[in-house]
Design a protein around this ligand. Structure first.
Ligand code: APR
Length: 311
């Protein structure tokens, strides 16, 4: 393939993203992890599925960074989940340390790459990658809104018994409890959701979307969601690799848009070869705007906590 995507972290999200990238024949894939054998084994397994899945993407698993050189995109999924006895700040500083280290490694070898951050806490990890890479803001983004919107769309389609392809949804804000699903801009075959469902039903879908990640953690018991997160990261990568100019909600570094400054937060952006080619500013109601500001305040709190930690 003439494009190369590096996926850092060969765990559930990383390996599934590698699979989807290869099976869509978007690019060659380099899978990196610190655990010896895992990226090599998973890449080999995926390569052995290639004749059946009918793709010619090359897959390489490694514990070092040489093979990542010249990547067009780097998807960062490395990190550890929260363990018993670990505070949020412990997780924040551990994952910040991991994301910083891997970003320095990839940025040195792929100075023109676009970074898609998936590791949690997402909005804070975007800051770490932005600062460590020193890349322009257009080339550092976080995957959250695409996943949250896909969850909202899945729930809308289940509720109304319509094709997921007929659904469209918008979720803004940080990737957490304060995310801001926007029913007004969510549609089924172009019909706004408020015309199709009563407010209490919409509120229930919104709540389920907010709780989407936790619902899956509760069911899986060990580990968190990975099929949909991987799909979401790959949709972003595809939009960039194919220069699609696709408008998707992503965590972007804002400098005044939506009245928010120096913060990564989920907003609609246009994705193309240059990464974030435009931040789309939609006019929000006072209520929607207040919800976005509240979400920004929660992200700011996390950013402040990050500033106090050494990692
Ligand atoms: N360099 C490379 N890989 C690393 C490093 C590092 N310094 N530290 C940890 N990893 C790897 C782990 O070895 C593991 O294989 O990151 C991988 C993480 O995989 P999982 O634990 O399976 O986690 P996953 O479900 O894939 O989630 C990854 O995405 O959605 C977010 O919250 C989620 O932050 C988490 C991330």
């Amino acid at each position: 393939m003439d494009k190369k995507v590096t996926v850092i972290g060969a765990g559930n999200v990383g390996a599934t993203a590698a699979q989807r990238l290869a099976e869509k024949e978007l690019c060659d894939v380099v899978l990196v992890d610190i655990v010896e054998g895992v990226p090599q084994g998973k890449s080999l397994d995926l390569a052995q599925a290639a004749p059946i899945e009918k793709h010619d993407a090359r897959l390489l698993g490694t514990n070092s960074y040489e093979a990542t050189e010249g990547s067009d995109i780097v998807i960062i999924t490395a990190g550890i989940p929260r363990k018993p006895g670990m505070s949020r700040d412990d997780l924040l500083s551990t994952n910040a340390g991991i994301v910083k280290k891997v970003t320095l490694e990839v940025a040195a070898r792929s100075p023109e790459a676009i970074l898609i951050v998936v590791s949690n806490p997402l909005d804070a990890m975007c800051h770490v990658a932005y600062e460590a890479s020193k890349f322009p803001k257009q080339r550092v983004m976080g995957m959250a809104g695409v996943l949250d919107s896909a969850r909202f769309r899945a729930f809308i389609s289940m509720e109304l018994n319509v094709s997921v392809e007929n659904t469209h949804a918008f979720v803004l804000g940080g990737h957490g409890d304060t995310m801001v699903p926007l029913p007004r801009f969510s549609t089924v075959a172009g019909i706004p959701l408020p015309e199709l469902l009563p407010p209490e039903k919409i509120e229930a879908l919104v709540q389920r979307t907010r709780n989407g990640g936790a619902e899956i953690v509760g069911l899986l018991k060990t580990g968190s969601a990975y099929y949909a997160p991987a799909s979401a990261a790959v949709e972003m990568a595809e939009a960039i690799l194919k220069d699609k100019k696709k408008i998707l909600p992503c965590a972007a570094y804002l400098e005044g848009e939506y009245g928010i400054r120096d913060l990564f937060i989920g907003v609609p952006v246009k994705l193309g070869r240059g990464g974030i080619e435009q931040v789309i500013e939609i006019r929000l109601t006072a209520e929607e705007s207040a919800a976005l500001k509240k979400s920004a305040a929660a992200v700011q709190e996390l950013k402040n906590a990050l500033a106090k930690l050494s990692y």
